[in-house]
Ligand binder design. Structure first.
Ligand SMILES: Nc1ncnc2c1ncn2[C@@H]1O[C@H](COP(=O)(O)OP(=O)(O)OP(=O)(O)O)[C@@H](O)[C@H]1O
Ligand SMILES: [Mn+2]
Length: 500
């Protein structure tokens, strides 16, 4: 029947329909995108990339290289490069010995490492300044993200705080004891490191409303999303974070020298390779994370320079929550709490206080209630920026906004002018926060970092921030609330014109 004329006609029509559908839905859009890219027509670029448009906006223009902020680097270039070369030389000597031994024992695996001074993690460290973790125009950030996604992992270990719990390292003042969460340090072939947090929760799961923030799990996608949000807000205070599928067997179990870490691995009844954290509570096997059977999603946060090279202090957040079921902190019961904070060091420095407002806005947008501490580099003293690290408890609930995270803002009625202008920009349709976030997140190797409801919640929360600030302006006037950053540093009372 197929060879009859009618049959042939039917087949040809069917193939034509398939081709037309494929052409319309696949080839045509690809062709259009390519034409748009090659012709350099600004309209088509603008149409396709709101993010590019945002980063080309005058509020995001690259800094003048002569601005003092860029000159105030965290690390000395020559010293850092020299230190790195010494470590490389040491590693090469070790590799030589390994090779020599391998000649006797053919089963020994020798890793051959190549190094140069342009490696992304070293460049990232060298770009850290008093202004931010990376310059706006940094080419290093994307390289660093690609690097974390691709580089061979040569070692996995518990983090220092997990070791401290077991009394294994003298990490006093460096990290507080916690280790209640599954997180590991991964070391790459070129001596770079990243903090790994594995996937604990599926994207579409919402934190149950009866959960306290301090028992909520840590979300790897929240770490990734927080980095993108922080960059979009132009804070640049979150170390770059990349998503990656990690093979828990070959990239963790097989490369860890740590017996304790090896001990927490097991094969589940479903034949998946799993591991759990060893810690005082919440660490039973039912809280383990599992590969499928080996691959597991996680977030990799680029390591900051070590405490030996750039010391950081951890400071208690004046608006921290009570980590108990019933307790209340003073800020929760005293509406004029901010007046007290303003008179307390280091918040007598307006710059520091304004940085706290940025942090509160950032946390409100992500829904992170777990900001008990923040860190900063001691080198920059009070003029430094606050690091926005540990964002894994954000993006737990999209259907609820925790207004008290904004308490610093509505109690102090302050915001940096730059932050204010950017927030307003991100609330306009051309630069809509959810759109630029969606686009930015699509650059990660993992897909659908945030679900649509979480993206839309960002727009809703942004409106709330704007409303809170506007109410302050109504009460105290523009000049008292929206503060231009300048050199002078005093905290005036309401009513006076404030500058920093
Ligand atoms: N990218 C990084 N580079 C260097 N150190 C880091 C990095 N990320 C985290 N750390 C260090 O590890 C500590 C613990 O990390 P993090 O706070 O993200 O994990 P956590 O499990 O939530 O810990 P905690 O329970 O203390 O909040 C941080 O306080 C910080 O000092
Ligand atoms: Mn934490």
């Amino acid at each position: 029947m197929w060879f009859s004329r009618k049959g042939r006609l039917l087949l040809i029509s069917l193939l034509s329909v398939v081709f037309l559908v494929d052409f319309y839905f696949h080839l045509w859009p690809v062709l259009m995108r390519r034409i748009g890219r090659d012709c350099g027509c600004s309209e088509s670029r603008e149409e396709t990339s709101k993010l590019q448009q945002l980063f080309s906006h005058p509020l995001y223009l690259p800094q003048d290289p002569l601005t003092p902020a860029l000159q105030h680097r965290l690390l000395d270039i020559h010293e850092t490069n020299e230190k790195y070369m010494k470590r490389v030389a040491h590693l090469h000597r070790k590799e030589e010995i390994q090779k020599h031994n391998a000649a006797w024992n053919s089963s020994t695996h020798v890793t051959e490492t190549t190094f140069n001074l342009s490696i992304p993690w070293l460049q990232f460290h060298l770009e850290i300044s008093q202004d931010a973790l990376y310059p706006r125009s940094s080419k290093t950030v994307q390289k660093l993200i690609d690097w974390m996604g691709n580089m061979t992992i040569i070692k996995a270990d518990l983090t220092q705080d997990a070791k401290k719990l077991k009394g294994e390292c003298d990490c006093e003042k460096i990290v507080k004891p916690s280790g209640t969460h599954l997180k590991l340090v991964l070391q790459f072939q070129d001596l770079g490191k990243a903090m790994f947090k594995p996937m604990r929760q599926r994207r579409e799961e919402e934190t149950p409303e009866d959960f306290f923030y301090f028992v909520d799990v840590q979300r790897h996608n929240a770490e990734i999303a927080a980095f993108h949000l922080d960059r979009i807000l132009d804070f640049r205070r979150v170390p770059p974070v990349a998503g990656r599928l990690v093979n828990v067997t070959s990239e963790i179990l097989k490369v860890t020298p740590n017996e304790d870490l090896k001990d927490v691995f097991f094969v589940s009844p479903a034949k998946n390779v799993c591991f759990f954290a060893r810690c005082p509570y919440s660490c039973k096997t039912e809280y383990a994370v599992c590969g499928n059977p080996h691959l597991l999603e996680g977030s990799l946060s680029a390591y900051l320079p070590s405490h030996f090279d750039a010391f950081r202090i951890s400071v208690q957040n004046p608006w921290k929550r009570a980590y108990t079921f019933t307790g209340k902190e003073e800020w929760e019961v005293n509406p004029s709490y901010c007046d007290q904070v303003k008179q307390t060091e280091p918040y007598t420095n307006m710059k520091r206080l304004l940085n706290m407002m940025d942090l509160a806005i950032f946390d409100f947008l992500t829904g992170n209630m777990d900001r008990h501490h923040y860190e900063l580099f001691t080198k920059f003293e009070d003029d430094g920026f606050l690091l926005h690290m540990d964002n894994a408890r954000g993006f737990g609930r999209h259907s609820y906004d925790e207004i008290t995270i904004l308490a610093p803002v509505y109690q102090c009625c302050l915001v940096k002018e730059d932050t204010w202008l950017r927030l307003r920009l991100l609330s306009t349709p051309e630069y809509r926060l959810s759109d630029v976030m969606r686009e930015s997140l699509s650059q990660d190797r993992l897909q659908n970092i945030l679900t649509e409801p979480h993206l839309l919640a960002l727009d809703r929360r942004l409106q709330t921030v704007l409303r809170v600030v506007e109410a302050c302006v109504q009460k105290y006037g523009n000049g008292s609330v929206i503060i231009k950053e300048k050199r002078k540093r005093t905290v005036p009372t309401h009513g006076q014109q404030r500058t920093v």
